[in-house]
Design a protein around this ligand. Structure first.
Ligand code: NAD
Length: 415
Protein backbone atom coordinates (compact mmCIF):
# COMPACT_ATOMS: atom_id res chain seq x y z
CA UNK A 1 0.00 0.00 0.00
CA UNK A 2 1.29 3.50 -0.80
CA UNK A 3 2.24 5.89 2.00
CA UNK A 4 -0.49 8.34 0.95
CA UNK A 5 -3.05 5.52 1.07
CA UNK A 6 -1.78 4.75 4.60
CA UNK A 7 -2.42 8.37 5.53
CA UNK A 8 -5.94 8.30 4.10
CA UNK A 9 -6.54 5.10 6.05
CA UNK A 10 -5.51 6.86 9.26
CA UNK A 11 -7.91 9.74 8.50
CA UNK A 12 -10.67 7.25 7.67
CA UNK A 13 -10.26 5.38 10.98
CA UNK A 14 -10.46 8.59 13.02
CA UNK A 15 -13.38 9.90 10.91
CA UNK A 16 -15.42 6.81 11.65
CA UNK A 17 -14.75 7.02 15.38
CA UNK A 18 -15.62 10.72 15.64
CA UNK A 19 -18.35 10.79 12.99
CA UNK A 20 -16.59 13.40 10.85
CA UNK A 21 -18.81 14.80 8.08
CA UNK A 22 -17.99 13.02 4.82
CA UNK A 23 -17.41 16.28 2.93
CA UNK A 24 -14.75 17.39 5.45
CA UNK A 25 -12.99 14.05 5.06
CA UNK A 26 -13.24 14.49 1.28
CA UNK A 27 -11.62 17.96 1.45
CA UNK A 28 -8.74 16.63 3.55
CA UNK A 29 -8.22 13.61 1.31
CA UNK A 30 -6.98 15.77 -1.56
CA UNK A 31 -4.01 18.17 -1.57
CA UNK A 32 -4.98 21.71 -2.58
CA UNK A 33 -2.04 22.08 -4.97
CA UNK A 34 0.57 19.74 -6.43
CA UNK A 35 3.69 21.15 -8.07
CA UNK A 36 6.13 19.02 -10.03
CA UNK A 37 9.19 20.58 -11.66
CA UNK A 38 12.32 19.54 -13.55
CA UNK A 39 15.55 21.21 -12.49
CA UNK A 40 18.29 21.37 -15.15
CA UNK A 41 21.69 21.77 -13.47
CA UNK A 42 25.22 21.86 -14.92
CA UNK A 43 27.27 19.30 -12.99
CA UNK A 44 30.98 19.58 -12.17
CA UNK A 45 31.86 17.48 -15.24
CA UNK A 46 30.21 20.11 -17.46
CA UNK A 47 27.20 17.92 -18.34
CA UNK A 48 23.60 19.02 -17.81
CA UNK A 49 21.59 16.80 -15.50
CA UNK A 50 17.86 17.10 -14.81
CA UNK A 51 16.50 16.55 -11.30
CA UNK A 52 12.86 15.80 -10.59
CA UNK A 53 11.34 17.77 -7.71
CA UNK A 54 8.02 18.25 -5.94
CA UNK A 55 6.08 20.47 -3.60
CA UNK A 56 2.67 19.41 -2.34
CA UNK A 57 0.51 22.02 -0.60
CA UNK A 58 -2.05 19.95 1.21
CA UNK A 59 -4.23 22.39 3.12
CA UNK A 60 -4.07 26.03 4.20
CA UNK A 61 -7.42 26.56 5.92
CA UNK A 62 -5.67 27.21 9.28
CA UNK A 63 -2.75 29.30 7.93
CA UNK A 64 0.14 29.35 5.45
CA UNK A 65 1.41 25.99 4.24
CA UNK A 66 4.39 24.66 6.21
CA UNK A 67 6.62 21.64 5.72
CA UNK A 68 10.13 20.40 5.06
CA UNK A 69 12.05 19.57 1.92
CA UNK A 70 13.56 16.11 1.59
CA UNK A 71 16.56 15.24 -0.59
CA UNK A 72 16.49 11.48 -1.15
CA UNK A 73 16.93 9.09 -4.08
CA UNK A 74 13.65 7.34 -3.24
CA UNK A 75 11.47 10.39 -2.59
CA UNK A 76 8.40 10.40 -4.84
CA UNK A 77 5.11 12.22 -5.26
CA UNK A 78 3.19 9.65 -3.22
CA UNK A 79 5.52 10.09 -0.24
CA UNK A 80 5.42 13.89 -0.46
CA UNK A 81 1.60 13.84 -0.59
CA UNK A 82 1.52 11.72 2.57
CA UNK A 83 4.06 13.89 4.38
CA UNK A 84 2.16 17.08 3.43
CA UNK A 85 -1.08 15.63 4.80
CA UNK A 86 0.61 14.74 8.09
CA UNK A 87 1.89 18.34 8.30
CA UNK A 88 -1.70 19.65 8.13
CA UNK A 89 -2.67 17.24 10.92
CA UNK A 90 0.42 18.04 13.00
CA UNK A 91 -0.10 21.80 12.96
CA UNK A 92 -3.73 21.27 13.93
CA UNK A 93 -2.89 18.85 16.79
CA UNK A 94 -0.66 21.44 18.48
CA UNK A 95 -2.95 24.31 17.46
CA UNK A 96 -0.44 26.47 15.59
CA UNK A 97 -1.95 28.61 12.80
CA UNK A 98 -0.32 26.87 9.85
CA UNK A 99 -1.32 24.42 7.15
CA UNK A 100 0.53 21.47 5.67
CA UNK A 101 2.98 21.07 2.79
CA UNK A 102 6.07 19.07 1.91
CA UNK A 103 8.72 19.10 -0.80
CA UNK A 104 11.31 16.78 -2.19
CA UNK A 105 14.07 16.47 -4.75
CA UNK A 106 14.91 13.03 -6.15
CA UNK A 107 18.66 12.78 -5.58
CA UNK A 108 21.37 11.32 -3.41
CA UNK A 109 22.87 14.45 -1.81
CA UNK A 110 25.88 12.47 -0.59
CA UNK A 111 26.92 11.86 -4.22
CA UNK A 112 26.94 15.58 -5.15
CA UNK A 113 29.70 18.13 -4.60
CA UNK A 114 28.90 21.17 -2.44
CA UNK A 115 28.73 23.33 -5.57
CA UNK A 116 26.32 20.91 -7.28
CA UNK A 117 24.15 20.73 -4.15
CA UNK A 118 23.96 24.53 -4.03
CA UNK A 119 23.12 24.73 -7.75
CA UNK A 120 20.27 22.18 -7.44
CA UNK A 121 18.95 23.97 -4.35
CA UNK A 122 19.00 27.41 -6.01
CA UNK A 123 17.25 25.97 -9.09
CA UNK A 124 14.57 24.49 -6.82
CA UNK A 125 14.17 27.85 -5.04
CA UNK A 126 13.74 29.61 -8.41
CA UNK A 127 11.15 27.07 -9.58
CA UNK A 128 9.23 27.37 -6.30
CA UNK A 129 9.39 31.17 -5.93
CA UNK A 130 5.86 31.78 -7.31
CA UNK A 131 4.43 29.31 -4.80
CA UNK A 132 6.31 30.05 -1.54
CA UNK A 133 6.71 33.00 0.83
CA UNK A 134 6.16 33.87 4.51
CA UNK A 135 2.41 34.26 4.02
CA UNK A 136 2.03 31.50 1.42
CA UNK A 137 4.18 28.45 2.09
CA UNK A 138 7.27 28.19 4.28
CA UNK A 139 9.64 25.24 3.62
CA UNK A 140 12.08 23.88 6.22
CA UNK A 141 14.72 21.13 6.50
CA UNK A 142 13.82 17.45 6.47
CA UNK A 143 15.83 14.31 5.75
CA UNK A 144 19.27 15.21 4.30
CA UNK A 145 18.56 18.95 4.17
CA UNK A 146 19.89 21.46 6.70
CA UNK A 147 20.43 25.12 7.62
CA UNK A 148 22.93 25.62 4.79
CA UNK A 149 20.32 24.53 2.25
CA UNK A 150 17.78 26.87 3.88
CA UNK A 151 20.30 29.75 3.60
CA UNK A 152 20.66 29.13 -0.16
CA UNK A 153 16.87 29.07 -0.62
CA UNK A 154 16.36 32.28 1.39
CA UNK A 155 19.17 33.94 -0.57
CA UNK A 156 17.85 32.93 -4.01
CA UNK A 157 14.26 33.87 -3.14
CA UNK A 158 15.40 37.24 -1.72
CA UNK A 159 17.40 38.01 -4.88
CA UNK A 160 14.35 37.36 -7.05
CA UNK A 161 12.09 39.45 -4.80
CA UNK A 162 14.64 42.27 -4.61
CA UNK A 163 14.68 42.44 -0.81
CA UNK A 164 15.70 40.24 2.08
CA UNK A 165 12.91 37.77 2.95
CA UNK A 166 14.19 35.71 5.88
CA UNK A 167 10.78 34.21 6.67
CA UNK A 168 10.54 32.31 3.38
CA UNK A 169 12.09 29.26 5.09
CA UNK A 170 12.68 28.12 8.66
CA UNK A 171 15.33 25.87 10.17
CA UNK A 172 17.91 28.55 9.37
CA UNK A 173 21.14 29.03 11.31
CA UNK A 174 21.08 31.78 13.95
CA UNK A 175 23.36 33.90 11.73
CA UNK A 176 20.78 33.83 8.91
CA UNK A 177 17.65 34.52 10.98
CA UNK A 178 17.11 31.21 12.76
CA UNK A 179 15.50 30.73 16.15
CA UNK A 180 17.29 29.59 19.27
CA UNK A 181 16.15 26.09 20.15
CA UNK A 182 15.17 25.05 16.58
CA UNK A 183 17.97 22.43 16.30
CA UNK A 184 16.65 20.34 19.14
CA UNK A 185 12.99 21.43 18.99
CA UNK A 186 11.62 18.21 17.48
CA UNK A 187 13.35 16.13 20.12
CA UNK A 188 12.58 18.53 22.96
CA UNK A 189 8.90 18.50 22.01
CA UNK A 190 8.98 14.69 21.94
CA UNK A 191 10.61 14.62 25.36
CA UNK A 192 7.92 16.89 26.82
CA UNK A 193 5.34 14.42 25.47
CA UNK A 194 7.23 11.42 26.88
CA UNK A 195 7.31 13.13 30.30
CA UNK A 196 3.55 13.71 30.13
CA UNK A 197 2.97 10.11 29.08
CA UNK A 198 5.10 8.78 31.95
CA UNK A 199 3.23 10.97 34.41
CA UNK A 200 -0.11 9.68 33.08
CA UNK A 201 0.94 6.05 33.69
CA UNK A 202 2.72 6.81 36.97
CA UNK A 203 6.24 5.86 35.87
CA UNK A 204 9.63 7.49 36.51
CA UNK A 205 12.05 8.37 33.71
CA UNK A 206 15.22 7.61 35.69
CA UNK A 207 16.71 4.22 34.87
CA UNK A 208 14.57 3.53 31.80
CA UNK A 209 16.31 2.04 28.78
CA UNK A 210 16.01 3.58 25.32
CA UNK A 211 16.86 2.45 21.76
CA UNK A 212 17.00 5.14 19.07
CA UNK A 213 16.69 4.27 15.39
CA UNK A 214 18.18 7.03 13.18
CA UNK A 215 20.90 9.06 14.89
CA UNK A 216 20.46 12.22 12.80
CA UNK A 217 19.11 15.59 13.88
CA UNK A 218 16.02 14.29 15.68
CA UNK A 219 17.58 11.04 16.96
CA UNK A 220 20.80 12.44 18.35
CA UNK A 221 19.12 15.26 20.27
CA UNK A 222 16.46 12.96 21.72
CA UNK A 223 19.16 10.55 22.91
CA UNK A 224 20.96 13.42 24.63
CA UNK A 225 17.79 14.88 26.20
CA UNK A 226 16.51 11.50 27.45
CA UNK A 227 19.95 10.80 28.99
CA UNK A 228 19.63 14.11 30.81
CA UNK A 229 16.38 12.78 32.33
CA UNK A 230 18.35 9.82 33.72
CA UNK A 231 17.44 7.29 31.02
CA UNK A 232 20.02 4.87 29.61
CA UNK A 233 20.44 4.92 25.82
CA UNK A 234 21.39 1.32 24.99
CA UNK A 235 21.34 1.47 21.17
CA UNK A 236 21.58 3.96 18.31
CA UNK A 237 21.68 3.51 14.54
CA UNK A 238 22.07 5.20 11.19
CA UNK A 239 21.58 4.09 7.59
CA UNK A 240 24.79 2.00 7.73
CA UNK A 241 24.67 0.13 11.06
CA UNK A 242 23.58 0.10 14.68
CA UNK A 243 25.55 0.24 17.92
CA UNK A 244 24.31 -1.66 20.99
CA UNK A 245 25.96 -1.08 24.39
CA UNK A 246 24.08 -2.71 27.27
CA UNK A 247 25.80 -0.42 29.79
CA UNK A 248 24.68 2.70 27.91
CA UNK A 249 25.95 5.12 25.28
CA UNK A 250 27.10 8.67 25.98
CA UNK A 251 24.83 10.47 23.49
CA UNK A 252 26.87 13.69 23.36
CA UNK A 253 30.12 11.80 22.69
CA UNK A 254 28.36 9.71 20.03
CA UNK A 255 27.15 12.93 18.33
CA UNK A 256 30.73 14.20 18.09
CA UNK A 257 31.99 10.79 16.91
CA UNK A 258 29.25 10.43 14.25
CA UNK A 259 30.20 13.85 12.87
CA UNK A 260 33.87 12.85 12.71
CA UNK A 261 33.56 9.26 11.49
CA UNK A 262 30.31 9.42 9.56
CA UNK A 263 28.66 6.35 11.10
CA UNK A 264 27.64 5.21 14.58
CA UNK A 265 29.08 1.75 13.93
CA UNK A 266 32.55 3.28 14.34
CA UNK A 267 31.70 4.92 17.65
CA UNK A 268 32.24 2.12 20.18
CA UNK A 269 33.48 3.85 23.36
CA UNK A 270 36.95 2.68 24.48
CA UNK A 271 36.69 -0.19 26.97
CA UNK A 272 32.90 -0.54 26.62
CA UNK A 273 31.15 -3.82 25.90
CA UNK A 274 29.26 -3.09 22.70
CA UNK A 275 28.06 -4.98 19.61
CA UNK A 276 27.48 -3.81 16.10
CA UNK A 277 23.99 -4.96 15.19
CA UNK A 278 21.58 -4.41 12.32
CA UNK A 279 18.72 -1.93 12.28
CA UNK A 280 16.28 -4.86 12.35
CA UNK A 281 17.96 -6.16 15.53
CA UNK A 282 17.74 -2.70 17.10
CA UNK A 283 13.98 -2.65 16.50
CA UNK A 284 13.64 -5.95 18.37
CA UNK A 285 15.74 -5.04 21.44
CA UNK A 286 14.10 -5.35 24.84
CA UNK A 287 13.87 -1.78 26.19
CA UNK A 288 11.45 0.63 27.81
CA UNK A 289 11.26 3.10 24.92
CA UNK A 290 11.96 2.63 21.22
CA UNK A 291 12.34 6.00 19.51
CA UNK A 292 11.92 5.84 15.73
CA UNK A 293 13.73 8.79 14.17
CA UNK A 294 14.86 7.60 10.72
CA UNK A 295 12.36 7.11 7.92
CA UNK A 296 8.86 5.80 7.26
CA UNK A 297 7.75 2.14 7.11
CA UNK A 298 10.30 0.80 9.60
CA UNK A 299 7.90 -1.22 11.79
CA UNK A 300 5.77 -3.27 9.45
CA UNK A 301 3.56 -6.33 9.42
CA UNK A 302 6.66 -8.57 9.06
CA UNK A 303 8.60 -7.27 12.08
CA UNK A 304 6.02 -5.69 14.43
CA UNK A 305 5.64 -8.94 16.36
CA UNK A 306 9.32 -8.95 17.28
CA UNK A 307 9.17 -5.50 18.94
CA UNK A 308 9.90 -5.89 22.66
CA UNK A 309 9.85 -2.21 23.64
CA UNK A 310 7.18 -1.12 26.14
CA UNK A 311 6.54 2.18 24.35
CA UNK A 312 7.17 3.43 20.81
CA UNK A 313 7.72 7.12 20.10
CA UNK A 314 7.57 8.26 16.48
CA UNK A 315 9.93 11.18 15.94
CA UNK A 316 10.13 10.19 12.27
CA UNK A 317 7.08 10.63 10.08
CA UNK A 318 5.19 7.43 9.36
CA UNK A 319 7.68 4.87 10.77
CA UNK A 320 4.89 2.45 11.82
CA UNK A 321 2.55 1.15 9.10
CA UNK A 322 -1.23 0.86 9.79
CA UNK A 323 -0.96 -2.97 9.80
CA UNK A 324 1.90 -2.82 12.32
CA UNK A 325 -0.16 -0.39 14.41
CA UNK A 326 -2.85 -3.05 14.77
CA UNK A 327 -0.31 -5.70 15.80
CA UNK A 328 1.27 -3.35 18.37
CA UNK A 329 -2.17 -2.44 19.76
CA UNK A 330 -2.92 -6.17 20.19
CA UNK A 331 0.44 -6.63 21.94
CA UNK A 332 -0.39 -3.71 24.24
CA UNK A 333 2.51 -1.53 23.04
CA UNK A 334 1.39 2.11 22.99
CA UNK A 335 2.60 4.23 20.07
CA UNK A 336 2.95 7.99 20.53
CA UNK A 337 2.27 9.07 16.95
CA UNK A 338 4.38 11.30 14.72
CA UNK A 339 1.81 14.07 14.38
CA UNK A 340 2.04 14.59 18.15
CA UNK A 341 5.52 13.35 19.08
CA UNK A 342 7.51 15.32 16.50
CA UNK A 343 5.31 18.45 16.38
CA UNK A 344 7.83 20.41 18.48
CA UNK A 345 9.85 20.92 15.30
CA UNK A 346 7.13 22.69 13.36
CA UNK A 347 6.11 24.61 16.48
CA UNK A 348 9.55 26.19 16.84
CA UNK A 349 9.62 26.69 13.06
CA UNK A 350 6.45 28.69 13.57
CA UNK A 351 8.23 30.68 16.31
CA UNK A 352 11.09 31.30 13.87
CA UNK A 353 8.67 32.62 11.25
CA UNK A 354 7.00 34.89 13.83
CA UNK A 355 10.40 36.24 14.96
CA UNK A 356 11.46 36.88 11.33
CA UNK A 357 8.22 38.74 10.62
CA UNK A 358 8.58 40.86 13.79
CA UNK A 359 12.36 41.20 13.35
CA UNK A 360 12.55 40.68 17.11
CA UNK A 361 14.24 37.61 18.57
CA UNK A 362 13.56 35.57 21.71
CA UNK A 363 15.92 33.98 24.24
CA UNK A 364 16.15 30.18 24.47
CA UNK A 365 14.18 30.36 27.73
CA UNK A 366 11.36 32.22 25.96
CA UNK A 367 11.31 29.67 23.11
CA UNK A 368 11.19 26.67 25.46
CA UNK A 369 8.75 28.49 27.74
CA UNK A 370 6.34 28.79 24.81
CA UNK A 371 6.99 25.30 23.40
CA UNK A 372 6.39 23.37 26.61
CA UNK A 373 2.76 24.43 27.28
CA UNK A 374 1.87 23.90 23.61
CA UNK A 375 3.13 20.31 23.78
CA UNK A 376 1.51 19.73 27.18
CA UNK A 377 -1.86 21.06 25.97
CA UNK A 378 -1.63 18.89 22.85
CA UNK A 379 -0.93 15.85 25.04
CA UNK A 380 -3.89 16.72 27.28
CA UNK A 381 -6.20 16.96 24.23
CA UNK A 382 -4.92 13.75 22.65
CA UNK A 383 -4.93 11.80 25.90
CA UNK A 384 -8.44 13.11 26.61
CA UNK A 385 -9.67 11.91 23.23
CA UNK A 386 -7.95 8.52 23.68
CA UNK A 387 -9.92 8.06 26.91
CA UNK A 388 -13.18 9.48 25.50
CA UNK A 389 -13.17 7.35 22.34
CA UNK A 390 -11.37 4.33 23.85
CA UNK A 391 -8.87 4.44 20.99
CA UNK A 392 -5.13 4.51 20.31
CA UNK A 393 -3.06 7.67 20.68
CA UNK A 394 -2.76 7.85 16.89
CA UNK A 395 -6.53 7.75 16.41
CA UNK A 396 -6.92 10.28 19.22
CA UNK A 397 -4.32 12.62 17.67
CA UNK A 398 -6.14 12.48 14.32
CA UNK A 399 -9.47 13.14 16.07
CA UNK A 400 -7.91 16.16 17.83
CA UNK A 401 -6.61 17.55 14.53
CA UNK A 402 -9.68 16.73 12.48
CA UNK A 403 -12.04 18.50 14.95
CA UNK A 404 -10.08 21.74 14.55
CA UNK A 405 -9.91 21.39 10.77
CA UNK A 406 -13.62 20.57 10.62
CA UNK A 407 -14.46 23.75 12.57
CA UNK A 408 -12.35 25.92 10.24
CA UNK A 409 -13.64 24.27 7.06
CA UNK A 410 -17.33 24.37 7.98
CA UNK A 411 -17.24 27.94 9.41
CA UNK A 412 -15.53 29.31 6.30
CA UNK A 413 -16.93 27.19 3.53
CA UNK A 414 -20.20 25.83 4.87
CA UNK A 415 -21.35 22.40 5.98
P1 NAD B 1 18.52 13.46 9.40
O1 NAD B 1 18.84 13.39 7.97
O2 NAD B 1 19.23 14.44 10.27
O3 NAD B 1 18.72 12.03 10.10
C1 NAD B 1 18.18 10.85 9.59
C2 NAD B 1 19.01 9.72 10.20
O4 NAD B 1 18.40 8.48 9.90
C3 NAD B 1 20.44 9.66 9.67
O5 NAD B 1 21.32 9.39 10.74
C4 NAD B 1 20.41 8.46 8.72
O6 NAD B 1 21.65 7.82 8.61
C5 NAD B 1 19.40 7.59 9.43
N1 NAD B 1 18.78 6.60 8.58
C6 NAD B 1 18.40 6.71 7.28
N2 NAD B 1 17.88 5.54 6.87
C7 NAD B 1 17.92 4.70 7.93
C8 NAD B 1 17.51 3.37 8.15
N3 NAD B 1 16.96 2.67 7.17
N4 NAD B 1 17.71 2.85 9.36
C9 NAD B 1 18.26 3.57 10.35
N5 NAD B 1 18.67 4.82 10.22
C10 NAD B 1 18.49 5.38 9.02
O7 NAD B 1 16.94 13.66 9.48
P2 NAD B 1 16.07 14.20 10.68
O8 NAD B 1 15.82 15.63 10.45
O9 NAD B 1 16.62 13.73 11.97
O10 NAD B 1 14.71 13.44 10.37
C11 NAD B 1 14.48 12.10 10.77
C12 NAD B 1 12.99 11.83 10.74
O11 NAD B 1 12.35 12.75 11.61
C13 NAD B 1 12.32 12.03 9.37
O12 NAD B 1 11.25 11.11 9.25
C14 NAD B 1 11.78 13.42 9.45
O13 NAD B 1 10.69 13.64 8.57
C15 NAD B 1 11.35 13.45 10.91
N6 NAD B 1 11.21 14.78 11.46
C16 NAD B 1 12.30 15.58 11.62
C17 NAD B 1 12.12 16.85 12.12
C18 NAD B 1 13.28 17.76 12.37
O14 NAD B 1 13.08 18.86 12.89
N7 NAD B 1 14.50 17.35 12.09
C19 NAD B 1 10.84 17.32 12.44
C20 NAD B 1 9.76 16.47 12.27
C21 NAD B 1 9.96 15.20 11.78
Amino acid sequence: MSLFENTLKQIRKASLLMNLPANVEEVLSHPERIIEVSLPVVMDNGHLRVFQAFRVQHNSIRGPYKGGIRYHPQVDMDEVKALSTWMTMKCAVVGIPLGGAKGGIVMDPKSLSARELEAVTREYARAMTPFIGPEIDVPAPDVYTNSQIMAWIADEYSKIKGHNVLGVVTGKAIETGGSLGRDSATSQGGVYIIEEYLQSVGKQAAGMTVAVQGFGNAGSHVARLLSELGMKVIAISDSKSALHCADGIDASAAMVCKLEKGQVGECTPVGAKCDIITNEQLLALPCDILVLSALENQVRVDNADSVQARLIVELANGPVTPEADEILARKGVPVIPDILANAGGVTVSYFELVQNQMNYYWSLEEVLGKLKPIMQNAWRDVHGNAVKFGCTYREAAFITALRKLEAAITMRRGK
